[in-house]
Structure formats: C-alpha cells, structure tokens
Design a protein around this ligand. Structure first.
Ligand code: F3S
Length: 775
C-alpha cells in the first residue's frame, strides 16, 4: 500500500549522526563512570551547550537531576489547531521568515462529534473556516506542514509520521508524550515554548528526575496496555509524576505493541510527568515499516547494535533511577479510573462494590472508544472481536456507542478491513478523525440535561468535570476500549465481563470470551482519502496570512507591558480559590475553543470554573474595594479592574494549573491584569507558561498562610524586583493589608531561572525574544 502522504522520510528521520556525536560529547563532559538512563541520553544530547547546562548548579555534574537548567534544542514541533493559533500569533510577532525546525499543525480540536463523520466534518469545516484559513495560510508562509481537518488527531498522526526513537519533540498539547511509545522524548508545552524552538532559541527545562517503571511478565486476556498506566495513575496520583520523566524498562517491554506503549506514554500526562518513554524495542521495527519508515527502523537498529557508548536508544545497563516501580503484566487486572479524576483507580474486580459504596449511577448512557489515546489497529480489532461475539448472540449495545478513529490512515484501514462496518451494524456511530467528545465537542442527543448526574465510559485519557459534554455532573469512567465496548452491551456500571453474563433475546446467558486483536493490519495500512494529506513544509514567504480585522475569533497580539522599575504595589486580591484548579477551571474548553485566537474574547471565560473559598460559590467574586455586596462573575470583576488600571492576584491551593498545556490559562489572567498567582504548589507546564507570559508564580513558604488571606486584601511584594534583577536569587516576601485594615507579612518562594527572570522583567518571553532580534 502507499502512504496517504508522499512521505519524505529524510525530513522525518531524526538527525542521528549529530545526536550520537553529541551523546559522545556529553559522556566526555560527565565523569567517566556516570551511567545514563534513556531519557538522560536523549535530553542531554539535545543540549545547546552540554558543558554549561550539565556542570553549573550541579556540583560539577554530580547532581544534575532536579538541579541543572537544561537549555535544549528540540528536533521538531507539533501543534494542534486550538493551541497553534496563539503559538503562530506569537511566532509572527518575532518577524522571522520561517520556522527554524520542522513543524506541523494538526486540525483536530474544533470538530464536533454528534451524528457521525460525514455530517459533522463538513459542518465543522464551515463553522471554523476563518481559523483554518489563518492556520493554513500561516503554515504555508512559514514552511509548516498543515494537516487539514479530518486528517486525524495530532498524537496519532505524529506517531504514524514523525515520532521516532531518539527524537526530541515539543508539542503544544499535554498528551504529546504519546510519541514516547516510539522511543521519542516528546514534551507537552505551551505555544510560547514551541515558539522558542521555532525561532531557534534554546528551550529551558529543569533537569527532570527519572522514575523507572520496570515491566515484567506479559499481558493476557482482558488486560490491555492502558491498564498499566491506569494502575500507575492510582499509585502515583495526579501529582506523583511532577518533575519526573517516566522511563519504562524490563523484560515486559518487549511483549508490548508499539501503539500500546504509546497509550501508556500518552496518559503519563495524567500523573503530571514531564514525559514518558520506552526504549527501542522489537515492536517498533514492524510499526515503523508499516508506516512507511523502514529507513528509520534500519538506522535505529544500527545504533542499538553498535558500540555501547553510542547507544542513544536504550539506557545504559547500570543506569540509576531516582525511584523504581515494578509492575507485573501477568497479574495486572483491568482497571477503571474515575470519576472526575484519572487517579481514582479501581481494579475491575472491585468496581461493582465501589459503584454501590459511592452511590455512582448503575446505568450509563454512552460508551466512547478511540481518540488519541486508544485508536490503534490493535485497540479497534480487540473491540471488534467483542462486538462480533455479541452480535452473533443477537445483542446490541444498551448504551450509545461511539467510535473515534485517531487518523485517516487508521480509519481507512479499519474501513477496508470491515471493522467500522462491524461497529456501525451493531448500532455504533463512527465520528470524524478528530478530538470531538474528548475535548468537549460532543453534542449529546440522549436527553441528559445540564446538571443531571449520569455516567459514561470512555477509552480517553482525562475525565475532569465537564470535559466531554459540558455537564459537570457527568461521571466519565476511563477504561480500555475493550472494557468500554463490553460494558456498553450491559449498559450498567456494575457489569464485569470476566464474570457476568448478559441475557440474549432468546433467553440464554451470553458471556464474552477475552478479546483478541491484531497489532498491525496484515495487508498494511490503507492510503486514505488524499484530501486529508498535509501540505508540504516549504516556506512561501509571499503568502499573505489571513486575519480579518473584524474577526471575533482571531486578533493580532499586543505586547504586554514590562515589569515596573520596582516592587509590585497594592495588588488586589481578586479571589481565594479552594480545591482543584485545573487549566479547564482557568480557561474552559468546549464552546470557548473557538476564541483561542482572540485573547480579548476568550478572556471572558477566565476562571469561570473556580470555587470561591470564602463563599463556596463558583464563578462569583465581590468587589471589596468598591461595594462589597456587589456580586460579579470572576472575569467581569477582573475586567472592571483592568479598566480601572488595577492589577490583581489570586490565591490557590495545590497543583494549580494541572491538566493541559493550555497557555491561555496564563495569557488570559495576564491580559486582564493579573500579576501574581500565589498557590500552595503549581503544575509544571502551567508554572512555566505563567512565567513566559510575565505572571509571577509564588508559593507559600508556610502553606498555612493560605488560611490568613482573603479577597479584598491588598498585597505589595517585598524584594521581588531585586530578586528578578539578580536572576532569581534572594528572598521574597509579601506585605499584606487585610481588608479590615490589619497588616502582616508572609514569606513566599519563587522558582525562576535567570532566563525566566529576564522574561518577567521584559513583560513576557516574547518581548525578550523580539528585543534580542532587534539587537
Ligand atoms: Fe484530542 Fe487531546 Fe483528546 S488530542 S483526542 S483532546 S486527549
């Protein structure tokens, strides 16, 4: 078969000889007996200057992890359409003629899932035309490959086309680590970070610690690769991976399919890990060959069979991990995670009891499989096997059943092999090759009302409140596609397909046999519809970038003002937030996605999901500086203060900004006048995004101080200006004037590197880049 794309494999092959040479250089810089993990090898051999990054702050290379500031030069950038808008607007303001590294754009987030691909796709293309026109024209001008709507979901398309062992990639989406299934270091970032790579500026990362996950044994029966990460999410919690790269090793690795490993890496985002990856293993070769990249498989095989010191694609056998968790695949049970958080992990055998104890609904309305996490040939053929078994027994799914293929290549292949027909004739709806219900673009038609408690099962990766259908009361339980499929036939949350049966129309008891699938299609991947092929990545400088001046969806960016020449005075405390505050809380998705390229318009959703710690209300704030009884929405009060020229801050609890790489969650508060977020702790990507946009993330020295603060307090920083001038060194405090007039001082921590201090002083990272370019 031919590729849907006339693949130019050379531009997609990682620069192996350069990277291997850099690895040898890294070994020279470090002590001779310093053994490296796989993640360390790939990361450190992408350093701009290994000597500078590895030896400063690290007692001469002794304690790199957690201490060194890595200044990295990634090989590639990938962006999805929602985040690409702001990334490109930022890139454009740097005034360069083309992207410095190969870059791709994938139109996947703005396509609605409702009636099926044929009806939904044309409608979404019409509805989003001006955004797609902007992205396509900018891609053409700057030499970026553009994958049009319908081509597929970014992570699946990347896996099929760009991911490769030893590659280092940045992606403007938190599930970018999916590419780790093919041995790449792929990190989810905000658009401003992607711009670093696109303008050839080093991208900075605090050297991660390495969590080794040792896999033993072999999966069987109902257990799927997804269960590895579901189990791990339960062990680590949504915060447990923060500051870590998760590196898999052990004999179990060789038993997993390449796409299964991608699923595991994809959901590493759910534990907050910087990224996840697998070593070069047997299943990567046939996957690369099947996706028309045999040359890459050959080059990678040559590296691993060469001298040990140059083996970029596997860890040194003596490498040390900061922590090791062992998972025995042979005894691993299927798991169901949720609701509302991906780390609430329940083994299938205990789920029935958990439903009763927690009073979760016994019936559920929809089962949704596929998405960027789980739409491989293996996933779909295992689900198909179950559908065939049930159809042969005369059964139909009792829950609505939706299937999202991850790419045109996988869709066309599943269509050719009649898998999709099996799903449709069982009553399933095949949605477009796009994110759809996974990102709130789901027009539910089963009559579940807003606020009505109900359950769904999905093979997606994330299950925060409101994420799928915009209803905060919908409980999304995550499971493998095969489990979601089987459970959809029962339509009850208490069904265990390993032990329970379903009555057939003829009155017999039907019990599923464990699913069987195929990891790769025996007759190769089908070519797919050529209209979904990408445009080539050759710059065409004369192409005009299409932005209508009257657009409600796109607006050119104005630079943010620089930091004042002194401390920040009389910041107004807008809101004390209680509980979880994800990037969805700060900048909701769903219908708001359409304003991603228009900062003033999207800012009207800022923090609308946040809970006011003092009143328990959601999206309610009070203007204690004017009339304390006047009730505002959070964005309305922020906008009022912006108009009055008053800057503000919010106070929050732990892991502020967890979830996605969404930089709007930093840009919007900044646009509305926020200068500081004071929290008990931050999620990594979001903390970096805040600094890039010139918002200062501060953490309490004593978390109990959270209780002392409230809306209406005035805050003046003490020592922050000096601290920034000193490149992030020194003490910072806050002088608080309570709303009853009392005064107090609290200590805070601020973790910024010298470069980040530079961004903040300049007003934003972009201001600094633009300034440097002028010089
Ligand atoms: Fe799309 Fe992200 Fe879901 S890429 S499919 S929204 S996890």
């Amino acid at each position: 078969s031919t590729s849907p794309v006339q693949t130019d494999v050379s531009s997609r092959t990682p620069p192996y000889s350069r990277t291997v040479q850099k690895l040898q250089n890294v070994r020279k810089v470090l002590r001779a007996d310093r053994h490296l993990t796989l993640a360390e090898k790939i990361l450190y051999s992408h350093l701009e200057n290994p000597e500078e990054s590895l030896l400063s702050n690290t007692q001469n290379g002794a304690n790199i992890r957690g201490n060194a500031n890595l200044k990295l030069k990634p090989d590639r950038v990938a962006m999805q359409d929602a985040s690409a808008q702001m990334a490109l607007l930022q890139f454009m303001s740097c005034g360069l003629p083309s992207s410095a590294v190969p870059t791709s754009i994938h139109c996947d987030h703005m396509i609605v899932g409702e009636r099926g691909a044929d009806a939904d796709l044309p409608q979404s293309i019409t509805g989003n035309k001006e955004v797609y026109d902007f992205l396509e024209s900018a891609a053409k001008k700057y030499g970026i490959e553009f994958w049009p709507p319908g081509a597929g979901i970014i992570h699946q398309t990347v896996l099929e086309n760009y991911a490769a062992p030893g590659l280092m990639m940045l992606g403007t989406d938190s599930h970018t680590p999916n590419a780790g299934g093919l041995g790449a270091i792929a990190i989810g970032v905000g658009g401003a970070d992607a711009v670093d790579a696109m303008v050839d500026a080093p991208w900075e990362l605090k050297a991660p610690r390495i969590l080794g996950v040792k896999l033993e044994g072999q999966l069987s029966g109902w257990t799927a690769p997804k269960d590895v990460i579901m189990k791990l999410a339960g062990l680590l919690t949504v915060r447990g991976g923060t500051g870590f790269v998760i590196e898999y090793f052990g004999s179990g690795v060789d038993t997993l399919s390449c796409t299964g490993m991608a699923t595991i890496c994809n959901m590493g985002a759910e534990v907050g890990a910087t990224t996840s990856l697998f070593p070069f293993s047997g299943s990567m070769v046939p996957y690369l060959e099947a996706t028309h990249r045999g040359a890459i498989a050959k080059a990678a095989s040559t590296i691993v069979s060469g001298p040990a010191a140059s083996n970029l694609l596997r860890a040194d056998p003596e490498a040390q991990y900061d922590q090791v968790i062992t998972i025995d695949l042979s005894t691993l049970e299927p798991h169901i995670n949720g609701p509302f958080t991906p780390d609430l992990s329940t083994p299938l055998s205990q789920f029935k009891d958990a439903v009763k104890i927690n009073n979760w609904p016994e019936r559920f309305g929809a089962g949704l499989i596929g998405s960027c996490t789980n739409s491989s040939y293996e996933d779909m053929t295992r689900a198909e096997d179950l559908v065939k078994q049930a159809s042969a027994a005369g059964l139909q799914p009792r829950a609505d059943f939706f299937i999202t293929p991850g790419s045109e290549q996988i869709r066309a292949t599943l269509s050719r092999d009649s898998t999709l027909e099996t799903f449709s004739s069982a009553g399933g709806t095949v949605l477009a090759n796009a994110c759809g219900p996974c990102i709130g673009q789901w027009k539910r038609t089963d009559g579940v009302g807003k606020g009505e408690s109900n359950a769904i099962f999905t093979s997606y990766n994330r299950n925060f409140k409101g994420r799928n259908d915009g209803n905060a009361a919908t409980m999304n339980f995550l499971a493998s596609p095969e489990l979601v499929t089987a459970m959809s036939y029962a339509g009850t949350t208490t069904f265990n397909p390993l032990t329970d049966s379903i009555p057939t129309p003829s009155g017999e008891a039907f019990k599923f046999s464990p699913p069987v699938g195929t990891s790769l299609p025996s007759s190769g991947f089908a070519a797919g519809n050529p209209t979904f092929a990408p445009t080539p990545g050759t710059p065409s400088p004369s192409t005009p970038v299409l932005i209508s001046p009257t657009s409600s969806r796109l607006a050119a960016l104005d630079p943010f003002p620089p930091f004042p020449q002194g401390d920040l005075t009389d910041l107004r405390l807008l809101l004390k937030i209680s509980g979880q505050c994800t990037t969805d809380t700060i900048s909701a998705a769903g219908p708001w996605l359409k304003y991603k390229g228009h900062l003033p318009n999207i800012s009207t959703n800022t923090l609308i999901g946040a809970t006011n710690a003092e009143t328990g209300e959601t999206n309610v704030a009070y203007d204690h500086f004017d009339d304390p009884n006047a009730r505002y929405t959070i964005p309305d009060l922020a906008a009022k203060w912006k108009d009055q020229g008053k800057s503000w801050l919010v106070v929050a609890e732990t892991n502020y900004g967890e979830g996605s790489a969404r930089e709007h969650a930093a840009l919007q508060p900044r646009y509305l006048g926020c200068r500081v977020i004071l929290a008990k702790s931050f999620a990594r990507i979001h903390e970096a995004n805040l600094k890039k946009q010139g918002v200062i993330p501060l953490t309490f020295s004593d978390p109990a101080d959270y209780d002392m603060l409230g809306a209406g307090d005035s805050v003046t920083t003490d020592g922050l200006y000096e601290f920034l001038k000193n490149g992030g060194k020194g003490d910072v405090g806050l002088q608080i004037k309570k709303r009853d007039g009392q005064e107090m001082r609290i200590g805070v921590q601020c973790a910024v590197s010298e470069d980040q201090a530079g961004f903040i002083l300049a007003g934003s990272a972009l201001n600094l880049l633009a300034k440097k370019k002028d010089i």
